[in-house]
Each structure stands twice: as C-alpha cells, then as structure tokens.
Design a protein around this ligand. Structure first.
Ligand code: ATP
Ligand code: MG
Length: 566
C-alpha cells in the first residue's frame, strides 16, 4: 500500500525524472530490508505476435533494472495458452530482444517447461483445502460470479472433500472428462469486492497440442495462476507488468503466499507506452497486416520492432526515447516527434552526410567544358572531426531538386531562378540563365553558367550569395528508389472516421522510383545510415535492396517539432 502512495507523490512533483525512481525506490527498500539479495527481472512475452515499441519499453526497463542492480534478466515465453502460439513469433521475439541488447545469456525460458510444477502446485492447493473441482458450466460460473455491485454465490461443488478433489483433478489430468466439463478453481472468497478473487478458475480441460509439450497435457493452467508460479520458480524478485494487471495483484499475492515460496516475487505495475499518430497494440497491428493496409509486420510505417529496425531506428535511439518517456503509473501518450528527436540525435554524429536529389531536374552549366570532370574534397560529417573527407565529382551536367528552381519566384526565394546566383554546395557559384520546357510547360532542363573564380576551397572571398543548394553529378549519380513516410494516422485530422474505423493518412508512403544520389551512396550496405543533406536521414532497406537496385527508407526528416525540456 505504502508503495502506491509513494508513487503518486513522486509523480505529482515531477513526472519525468523522478517517476522512474518509483520502481527503484521499491527495489532499494527491498534490498535495504533484506527482502531479496539479488534482483531478478524478466520479460514475459506471449508468442502470439511480433513485438512493438511498447514491449521495447518493458524490455529496456526490466533489463535496465537488472543491470543497475547487478542482477539478472530473464527472457521467458509465456506459452501456457496453446491456441494462439506460433513458433514464427518465438524466433522474431528472440531476434528483437537481442537487437535491443537485452542480455538473457542465451538462455531462453519457457513457461511450458514448468507445467509439472504447476500441476504440483495445484495439488498443494487442493491438499490445503484451497482449491476445488467445479462442475458448473462456463456460463454458470459467470452467472455465479456476481457483478461489481453484487457479491457472487458459492458453487454447489465448492465444499467437495479434499480426497474427492484430488481424485477428480487427477481424472481431469488423465483425460477422463470432456473439454470444458470441469475446472479447478481457487477457493478464495465469492463475496470479495475484487472479482478476480471470486474463486478464479486456475485449470481448464482443453485437448490441444502444445508446441513444446505436444499432447502430454489435456489440462492447462490459467494465466493468473501460472504467471506467479513462473516468476517464483525463476527466483524473479520484481515482476514488472502493465497497469491492467493491478486488479490481479491480490490474486498474484494469494498464489505465491498459499504456495509458500520462501522469497515470493512482488508484482509492480507501470503504465503502458502509447504513441501519437501510430498504431500500437499487437491486435491492432495484426489487423493492419491482415487487412493489407500495410505490407507485412515489418512495413516501416508500423511501430513493431521489426518495422522500426527496417525503417532505420537504432536500439540506442529507443533507449534514449524510453529514458525521456520515463516510467510512471499515469496513462498518457508520448509524442511521436519525441521518438524522431531521439533518432536524429543518435544519427547526427555518426551518419555520413551525402548529397542526394530526390526529385531530379537536369542543370546544365553551359560554360563548363564538355567532357571535363573535376573533383572536390568535402567533409563527411561536420559534426565529427574523425569522419574524414570524400571526393565528389563535378561536370557540365548535374541534377538539382525540382523545387530548387522557379521560373517566377516569390519573394524571399533565394535558389535558382533566371538571373540569380547560388552556391552549389562544395563546388562553384552558378548563375541561372533560363530553362527548357516540354509541350505541357513542365521545366525539363535548367541552364546556368559558373564562375571559375568561386571554386570551393580556393579561398574566394568576393561576393556572397544567399542560397546554397545540393546537387549531384549526372554522369556518375546512383539511380535509386527512395521511400518517404508519414505517420499512418494523422491525429490532428481525427484518429477515427465516423464509422469508427481508423482514419488512415493517404500519404503515409511515397515512393520515388528514380532519385539521383551522389556516387558514394553506392557503397552503402543494407541497414547503413546516411544523411542526405536538406532531405533527412535515410537507411538502406534490408528487404528490397539488391545489388542492382538500392532502396532507401527515410527514417526521419531534419526539421523538428519537438524540443527537449532542457
Ligand atoms: P498488446 O497489448 O500489444 O497486445 P500484450 O500485453 O498482450 O501486448 P504480451 O506478450 O502479453 O503482450 O506482453 C509482454 C510484456 O510486455 C508484458 O509484461 C506487457 O505488460 C508488456 N507490454 C505490452 N504492451 C506494452 C506497452 N504498450 N508498454 C509497455 N509494456 C507493454
Ligand atoms: Mg497479453
């Protein structure tokens, strides 16, 4: 009880920095009082889908605490419910946890390996008169349970003798009864104000093949009974879960107390991570995949970990994000822009800065000798002295961005327009002389002349120009596909349609088939990051890139709508 009060006080003062301490406070106290000697935490995914950014919060929190207290972090599959589990998910989850850097010592644990102990635990409860076999149907059990306002009623089978219960439970295990015809229930209190304590079902009969135990069992434990036992068996000290389990905590405590574990684990709840403008929640993501709204679990518009990785987010950017988001018990959504801030900060010092033209327009330097090519040396990353330099090539025909030219510019437009001079980054000043158009009036070629005096690196200190634009050399530019993303949902335009369906942003994906990228880009490998100056940070797509055809995903643009607090 006192824990909760401490939490609230701390949160009200400062929800960011101090609230993370609410779990640490509990752990500090437990260590001080000698309740536990070594801290053990765990991440217990159900293998029924791919992990998402919310799970990353749980993983990094549990792993972070284990590291901080020099303890142990376990990865344990909560695979007690055979209907929904798939091995495909087990593999993807292991991959994601490893990617995040949460070290589980290569030891993958499975709740289903403890089925024997769970069965023994049930027998123990029966022997203590704390569990009974009930013949009521599922519907009757629901009726007897009562409501929030009314207490429940005892089942007519509640007072079976210990001997009878032992015999019936053994018969349940031995397959003597039909699926669903009997259950084992904990004998707690049908009048409890907490409905979870009204004699919850702890074992059911279900003839299902389990991916790990095959057909060994035809009875399976229920989550609320199994989970505390799994924690206790592994010596978990702090069983950290999300808020929806708060009302289940009394049952968790009941189970570990009645089973008399010497150092029972302690359940602590924190609030789930939600993000604006995206879809979180396994079920919701699954539906987008199944409905074909997105192209698979790793579609870079999703926030599954597979998708974030493919889009180009890094484990350290997610760590930074979780630190900024903090841990608390209050429900709130984090701004997606904060996640973008974190990846930008992460990539700024490490990603090389190249020139890449997303929507190419030919620029011809008419007074530059035909057939001539020269090289310029430019810095790879101004923010990193050690990043070195590279050579870029320059010749008569270049590409610039379509919107860096305007025939009739508005005020304050300092880029290319007839009569105006701009700096081509790292090369020369060029003066626009005009353009060519097709029969529809679209500009197809821009013409300019260059001033040899203004060569970059020559120390030229003559006139200044107001605009600097990026460009690539047409002759050796890499032709590549670029994918630009916007959030799947634009919450400012309303998250839901009138009929309750999600209001998808029709512009969430834009494919540019033929971007022109400076030559050095062809050396980038799948998963590599690069900044294309003025255009954002990009990552070479790991799925669709081939030797002949490179695909770049834009991770994030360069402009930010988020400002950190300090
Ligand atoms: P979802 O709500 O997306 O369906 P889940 O809770 O069913 O996820 P599990 O595999 O049961 O998924 O969860 C494993 C762990 O991850 C649990 O401890 C759960 O509390 C935690 N978790 C799930 N979603 C979030 C979230 N959004 N923020 C923080 N932790 C989460
Ligand atoms: Mg779940």
């Amino acid at each position: 009880m006192s824990e909760d009060i401490r939490t609230e006080n701390i949160e009200n003062e400062n929800s960011e920095t101090v609230s993370r301490n609410f779990i640490e406070n509990i752990i500090d106290k437990d260590l001080e009082e000698g309740t536990y000697k070594k801290i053990v935490t765990r991440f217990p995914p159900e293998p029924n889908g791919y992990l998402h950014i919310g799970h990353a919060k749980s993983i990094l929190l549990n792993y972070g605490l284990a590291c901080e207290y020099n303890g142990q972090f376990n990865l344990r599959f909560d695979d007690t419910n055979p209907t929904k589990e798939k091995e495909e998910f087990v593999d993807s989850i292991i991959k994601d946890v490893e990617w995040l850097g949460a070290d589980f010592r290569g030891e993958v644990l499975y709740a289903s390996n403890y089925f024997d102990q769970m069965y023994e635990a049930a027998i123990k409860l029966i022997n203590k008169g704390k569990a009974y076999v009930d013949d009521l149907s599922a519907e009757e059990i629901r009726e007897y349970r009562g409501t929030l306002k009314e207490p429940g009623k005892n089942s007519p089978y509640r007072d079976r003798s210990i001997e009878e219960n032992l015999q019936l439970f053994t018969d349940m295990k031995d397959g003597k009864f039909e699926d669903g015809s009997k259950v084992l229930r904990a004998k707690i209190d049908m009048a409890s104000p907490n409905i979870n304590m009204r004699d919850p079902v702890i074992y059911r009969i279900a003839r299902m093949t389990h991916h790990n135990t095959g057909d060994k069992w035809c009875i399976y434990p229920m989550y609320d009974f199994a989970h505390p036992i799994e924690d206790a068996i592994e010596g978990v000290t702090h069983s950290i879960c999300t808020l929806e389990f708060e009302d289940h905590r009394p049952l968790y405590n009941w189970v570990v107390e009645e089973l008399e574990y010497p150092h029972p684990p302690k359940q602590i709840e924190f609030s789930k991570l939600y993000l604006t403008n995206v879809v979180t929640g396994k079920r919701y993501i699954k539906k987008l995949v199944e409905d074909g709204v997105v192209d698979g679990w790793d579609d870079p518009r999703l926030v599954s970990l597979a998708a974030l990785r493919r889009r180009g987010f890094t484990p350290s950017s997610l760590k930074k994000f979780m630190e900024l988001a903090g841990v608390s018990k209050s429900q709130s959504s984090c701004d997606y822009a904060m996640l973008e801030y974190c990846i930008r900060e992460d990539l700024k010092p490490v990603a090389p800065r190249y020139m890449g033209v997303l929507r190419p327009l030919k620029l011809v330097i008419d007074n530059y000798p035909e057939g001539q090519t020269e090289e310029f040396e430019i810095e790879n990353n101004q923010d990193d002295e050690n990043a070195g330099t590279r050579k870029i090539t320059f010749s008569r025909e270049l590409y610039v961005e379509q919107d860096d030219f305007m025939e009739e510019p508005p005020k304050k437009y300092f880029r290319l327009f007839p009569g105006n001079e701009v700096r081509l980054k790292g090369a020369y000043f060029v003066k626009c002389t005009g353009c060519e158009k097709d029969e529809n009036g679209n500009v197809t070629v821009v013409h300019a002349t260059y001033d040899p005096e203004t060569r970059s690196g020559s120390g030229f200190e003559g006139r200044k120009v107001k605009g600097t634009i990026h460009w690539v050399n047409a002759a050796d530019a890499l032709d590549a596909e670029v994918r630009l993303y916007e959030n799947l949902i634009d919450e400012e335009k309303g998250k839901l349609n009138e009929d309750g369906t999600l209001n998808f942003n029709p512009n969430s994906l834009e494919v540019i088939e033929h971007a022109k990228l400076e030559k050095a880009s062809s050396e980038l490998k799948p998963g590599d990051h690069v900044q294309f100056i003025r255009n954002g940070y990009f990552c070479v797509d790991t799925k669709d890139t081939t030797d002949e055809h490179k695909v770049f995903n834009r991770v994030v643009g360069l402009k930010s709508s988020y400002k950190p607090a300090n």
